[in-house]
Design a protein around this ligand. Structure first.
Ligand code: DGP
Length: 114
């Protein structure tokens, strides 16, 4: 999508710190990390949010979950625990309308979230 920041990151038009990539998924480090480890796992295909995921996207979503667990291990978070989440819409705190999951860890998380 023309005006989408994450589509530009996927195409290489905006530079980012790439951590992992396959045909469906790109993982980068968040520009504004909220913890020692803060990765963004995004679908390469433009999907606005979790609200727009369809049955056809099941392999993509499973792929993102598999990559998340592999990277959590690689980043040393498997034993300690971490948070994996996607924000949806205005009240959900979504600032970039392109489906992505935050993988955040390396410090104690609190609940409920702010
Ligand atoms: P959300 O607010 O849930 O939509 O998360 C968007 C995240 O994307 C936010 O934590 C900041 C990050 N972000 C925004 N623009 C860029 C960028 O150009 N590069 C990188 N690496 N991260 C970005």
């Amino acid at each position: 999508m023309e005006d989408c920041i994450f589509c530009k990151i996927v195409s290489g038009g905006i530079s980012s710190q790439r951590v992992y990539e396959d045909s469906q998924v790109l993982v980068i480090r968040d520009i504004n990390p909220q913890a020692p480890v803060h990765l963004l796992l995004m679908s390469k295909k433009h999907i606005a949010s979790a609200l727009d995921v369809s049955e056809a996207d099941v392999p993509l979503i499973v792929r993102i979950m598999v990559v998340a667990s592999q990277l959590a291990r690689k980043e040393g978070l498997a034993e300690r625990g971490f948070r994996l989440l996607t924000n949806v819409g205005r009240e959900g705190g979504q600032s970039v309308p392109h489906l992505h999951f935050h993988l955040i860890g390396g410090r104690q998380m609190s609940w409920p979230p702010g």
